[in-house]
Write a protein that binds this ligand. Structure first.
Ligand code: ADP
Ligand code: MG
Length: 249
């Protein structure tokens, strides 16, 4: 858990709205993410969690409101979307790895092609991150031969190879067998302890409680309640938060 004295948010979300057709998926979302902070987003399926993450890294365009990154409006005309995305790492439920490549090539592809890093430098960086997720020995293994937990750890290492300032996780353990969820959460816990700024959509309440600095509960497109985990889990203010959390007891 990182604590930081910086007063400027890394990401500021203000009045964010997003609809798909007549379905209002995000309704006036306001949220600040401070450098070094770990924000966990919880909420029922369909409440808008993934859409919110996707608005942060420009995979979705908001209908109204703003997402600011270090004080720059992501919707501004002159914003370089590609260089911005390089600073925002994303880890998906389904890994999204290149299954026809080995682990190391998965990790070096974007740094070499997008960042114009030399292959040898990219491999040096990648080996460091594979080491930190416990997969250095698998660098030359084919991705398709890995377990789900190993694939997700590769996905985290791959995202880190771009040297992101913030990491977004969208239900990173939801596709995993229960017995291997822990190895992925442990990698994320270490990343948080190292000071990475993180936004984590998850149903792992123990992770939310123990690792995050702030928990955000989304309900039908709004932030119904947000606060420190000790408050949220011991004394939720809203009835709908209590109802949601009671399903995890
Ligand atoms: P969550 O991640 O909390 O489960 P989502 O953000 O994925 O929620 O989705 C919120 C709602 O928006 C859901 O009803 C979903 O079906 C709908 N939705 C998400 N993406 C699209 C899309 N591209 N087109 C139409 N509807 C979408
Ligand atoms: Mg989702």
């Amino acid at each position: 858990m990182a604590h930081n004295t910086a007063t400027e948010p890394m990401v500021r979300i203000e009045g964010l709205r997003k609809s798909f057709g007549s379905l209002e998926v995000l309704r006036d979302i306001n949220l600040d993410i401070m450098p070094g902070q770990v924000v966990t987003i919880i909420g029922a399926s369909g409440s808008g969690k993934s859409t919110l993450l996707r608005c942060i890294n420009l995979l979705e365009t908001p209908d109204a409101g703003h997402v600011w990154f270090h004080g720059a409006d992501l919707a501004a005309e002159h914003v370089d979307v590609n260089s911005l995305r390089e600073k925002i790492g994303m880890v998906f439920q389904g890994f999204n790895l290149f299954n026809n490549m080995n682990v190391l090539d998965n990790c070096t592809l974007a740094p070499v092609t997008l960042k114009k890093m030399s292959k040898s430098e990219a491999e040096r960086v990648a080996m460091g991150h594979l080491e930190s997720v416990g997969l250095a020995d698998f660098a030359h293994a084919n991705v398709s031969n890995l377990s789900g937990g190993q694939k997700q750890r590769v996905a985290i290492a791959r995202a880190l190879c771009m040297k992101p300032e913030i990491m977004l996780f969208d239900e990173p353990t939801s596709a995993l067998d229960p017995e291997i969820v822990g190895e992925v959460l442990e990698v994320m816990r270490k990343l948080a302890a190292d000071g990475m700024t993180m936004v984590v959509v998850t149903h792992e309440m123990a992770f939310a409680k123990n690792v995050s600095d702030e928990v955000v509960f989304m309900d039908r497109g709004v932030i119904a309640e947000a606060g420190a985990p000790r408050d949220m889990f011991t004394a939720p203010k809203q009835q709908r938060t209590r109802e949601f959390l009671s399903r995890y007891l």
